[in-house]
Design a protein around this ligand. Sequence first.
Ligand code: SRM
Ligand code: SF4
Length: 520
Amino acid sequence: MTDTGTTTKTSLNKFEKFKAEKDGLAVKGEIEKFASLGWEAIDETDRDHRLKWMGVFFRPVTPGKFMMRMRIPNGVLNSNQIRVLASVVQRYGDDGSADITTRQNIQLRGIRIEDLPDILNRFHTVGLTSVQSGMDNVRNITGDPVAGLDADELYDTRELVQQIQDMLTNKGEGNPEFTNLPRKFNIAIAGGRDNSVHAEINDLAFVPAFKEENKVFGFNVLVGGFFSAKRCEAAIPLNAWVSPEDVVAVCRAVLEVYRDHGLRANRQKSRLMWLIEEWGLEKFRSQVEERLGKSLLPAAAKDEIDWEKRDHIGVYKQKQSGLNYVGLHIPVGRLYAEDMFEIASLAEVYGTSEIRLTVEQNIIIPNIPDSRLATFLTENLLERFSTNPDLLTRSLVSCTGAQFCNFALIETKNRALAMIKALEAELILTSPVRIHWTGCPNSCGQPQVADIGLMGTKTRKDGKTVEGVDIYMGGKVGKDAHLGTCVTKGIPCEDLQSVLRQLLIENFGARLREVVTVRN
Ligand code: SRM
Ligand code: SF4
């Protein structure tokens, strides 16, 4: 590391220091030792930080009960994998649950350190990995949730996403080439016309685009999108078009440039966009070309994102004749072991054992034949995981919040569900309104992409500090995506229902339900 972004030894922040002392991935060889030591005796830096290189997160809110973050490339799972995930959380009874994340991924709760060797073995046998899913690593790579199913898709993203993950993680075994980035890094590939991955909020994103002259398919490249507590930016065009065959190499080149030159002194200024700004886009682009070993072609004049974003909930015809994919709404992404076993069975009985995850924290079961569809729709599980939820419930997204996250300033998931139910009881809506909750300014629940985004904060009411939210509006997804901005600050959560009611009436065409008075 030799550039201006590199810091001298004296100015290393505590994260850079501990990474320099011992690579995070080194804990892979110590899992058995940790398991026999028990969580309280593990070296604190290994326990609280380095274990995240194996996807294992110490939770100060629930000490001794760890969270495990998987990698589910393109959000594609099979029934054996989901059963293994279910059996892991089942062991922890009431402590065990799983969440579908805003990166088309799964996190498990309640993990005990003594079970880790066995859990990792079981992951291995079904082709699952949790490696490099936290801290200064590349996060789960998102792709089109209906890749290979959608008649209108431009590119089936599954294989490419898997190839990038394999390159980054050495096929899930861990790859020290990419375990010391300056900060986290997000990659997404859009394959359809509706930008189902929120390309604009990734450090590196590929969006479908044809080279006009000869109609050759490829991707325009976007760089530098990120959210952080201090700053949020949409990705900007790199002015590069790449063919699908070059996507993995371009990911590698961008990551090498970021790894070797990214700014490391201040963690609030370490995401890729800061390096691009320091260098200017031209220098960044030419450094990527140097690593790539060839010139990048200029971007195609336009990309192919020209649809409104779909949520995939409900029943849809696949491109394969006679088959359907069905999107089930999972309230705020929360699953319990028995739900996961049930989902695995339904996917086997009615489909081809496959399950997809979406960035809206829902699931899709593909490949259900026309002849089995009506019966599938009568399954009991669909009463809770509906194919036709109410219009506010339908688009609700929430980050983890105070139940498990020590950064949280407020409780999110349960509050979000209760608030939506209360609003649905008083209002009639005519179209979905996308409401996203996030428990703190880190923005894991992506309030900036929502119609109405709610960001946890502390505020004052009647002389007391209470839980509150800052309200974001104007987030646009799909075609012409852009980020919403903060419109109101510090609404106490206890006053929020009436504020949201008013916003929904004034901005989204909601009407108050008539109050029916029952007379004897
Ligand atoms: Fe996040 C940190 C949860 C998506 C921005 N995020 C955290 C931690 C690890 C903090 C912690 O240690 O407690 C949270 C774990 C809580 C827990 O126990 O679940 C956490 N982030 C999540 C998830 C689970 C939210 C969800 O409920 O879906 C998402 C997991 C995604 C995954 O599967 O990998 C999640 N986080 C995001 C996103 C959204 C996205 O990627 O589209 C963002 C904003 C986009 C971005 O990163 O540019 C996001 N998370 C952050 C940040 C701010 C990053 C920064 O540059 O400052 C932090 C704090 C940090 O990294 O220091 C953070
Ligand atoms: Fe935790 Fe804040 Fe992320 Fe929510 S937004 S999961 S509260 S870090």
